[in-house]
Design a protein around this ligand. Structure first.
Ligand SMILES: [Zn+2]
Length: 128
């Protein structure tokens, strides 16, 4: 029997994730471009939260070959990073943590919940 080291399996799973995410982006933008009767997609604006597991280099890598022969071929990917914002469940205070310590600076409770930073979505596309 052959066992892969856990770390290798983790990496493969992460890359499969970005592969399917990138395919999904291409499907969505091509559908919109077809509906708009565009000749090609020039630019795709993507928003990625800092806590999102998406790695923009991987998306770019997969995009370059998955988009071949589609309306998205040659389009520029523009990534916008969203910083993390959390809200204290105890007192309602909202802040942008600068470290891994999410203790509320107002009331001292450690009950912060993420309200921004996990996003990953297509913000807009530019077509010709
Ligand atoms: Zn608080």
């Amino acid at each position: 029997m052959h066992f892969e080291p856990l770390s290798t399996r983790r990496i493969i799973r992460a890359e499969m994730h970005e592969l399917s995410v990138t395919q999904n982006i291409i499907d969505v933008v091509c559908r919109h471009a077809e509906e708009a009767q565009a000749k090609r997609i020039v630019r795709i604006h993507l928003v990625i939260g800092e806590l999102s597991s998406i790695v923009d280099d991987s998306v770019q890598f997969y995009f370059d070959f998955l988009s071949e022969g589609t309306l998205a071929e040659g389009a520029e990917l523009v990534f916008q990073r969203l910083s993390v914002k959390v809200r204290c469940e105890a007192c309602g205070h909202e802040w942008e943590p600068t470290s891994a310590d999410w203790t509320c600076p107002l009331c001292g409770q450690a009950r912060a919940r993420v309200i921004r930073g996990r996003e990953f979505y297509i913000d807009s596309i530019e077509v010709e």
